[in-house]
Design a protein around this ligand. Sequence first.
Ligand code: 0X9
Ligand code: ZN
Length: 458
Amino acid sequence: MRNSFWLLILAASVSIASGQPTRKVSFPMDQQVEQLVAGGDLELISVDAGVATALFTDRSRTGGPALSALRGLKVLSPDIDQELAAFRARGNVGLYHTAESTAAELREVAARYPALCHLESIGKTFEGRDIWALRITGAADPAAVPRMLLFGLTHAREWISAELPFFVIHQLLDGYATEPAIRKLVDGRCLWIVPVLNPDGLAYSQSQYKMWRKNRSRRGPSTGVDVNRNFEVGFGTGSSDAPTSDVYHGPAANSEEETRALLALVKREKFHVSLSLHSYSELILYPWGYSKADPPGKSVLAGHGRAMGKLNGYRPGSVAQILYDAGGASDDTFLARHGCWAWTFELGTEFVPPDSQIKSICQKNWPAVRHLIEASAELATTPPPTSGAASVDERLATLERAFLDSALVSPGIDPLGELVATVQGQLPEDRALAAEVERRAAVPAWTRLYAPLLGLPR
Ligand code: 0X9
Ligand code: ZN
């Protein structure tokens, strides 16, 4: 119940195209809201002590119960976009970073600490913004020390998730000269920090529609892909095929600039550890998101999850086991395909906490982040059991080799069965492989070879 409920929360999407104001409402959750959610008019935000908070945009096309039919309805805000208007009236977004101030501050920091920093654009977004990554290390040979990736703002509205990366940057760099323990840490590690993975989304959330979640790519009939549903592992599970959905996975795995930029960095730097930052719910998450099965290295993931939970007070657990099924997320792919231990924090109790809480949320989480930076030494020597797991191409090549040389196939292994099952979507975790098989099936030479085996027309 809890899982499907949370899935509903994410599966809902709100459009601003209707011209109607988006109201923020609350009501007791013990009543049917599925039709309103499915119609796209209602987006549940949270449920606390049985009371739901939701956004409602009346487009009068659900055919289901009207919002007014809900018992105990309270209108908390007649027009939530007024919240942004308030920001705009102040001419800024409070203490929060924007896409521009992120770039500016990273440049400033890199210039102030040239011996410890290297600033790099790891790619350009759909709208042409740079995705900035700052490398911090005092090691003479960065390739010889444990490597960790820390990144925030995958989701546009989760502004607080870009603030902790900056706090960490300042703890490490400003503390370097005065705190021997920090100096030792910076000298003994290589840390890459991407405060804002999705600058297009952030800019839109800060100027147009605060509740925007996706990026701003426009490749099809509608705008935006959920970057955290666009990675390869579990692509298509716990996400939506509908381009208008808030959890739209995109036309194919890795279709998005942000996904590809981060992946290229992960492949190049071969990180031992990664921490992705989201908001909100005060959780420490680890794979899998795509399946309720235990991930490889579960004891390590859970062990550090608990250790960090003691430091920030957050609740640790596997995504699919304590939250909802969500495939195509960065952490699953990093763990399964890139030998990189992966955790995700859900910071705080709202997407954009008041300015006055930014610092305390960062302070509360810094010891947990520091724990992981420290632990990266030990984690670097114990890669996850599936480390080096094959890419789609490699997995397909393996299957092809087995196909073509069936004499070599050992008893008990059935590559044809595996391929067919994959194509039929029976291995949901391998939707990327299935998509690739389907794509290649359109290539005549490939089809001639495999059509009879797959039962496809030649
Ligand atoms: O659903 C997500 O992408 C993240 N939660 S959020 O509310 N910030 O959108 C959690 C991602 C956790 N990891 C996996 N799903 N694998
Ligand atoms: Zn998120």
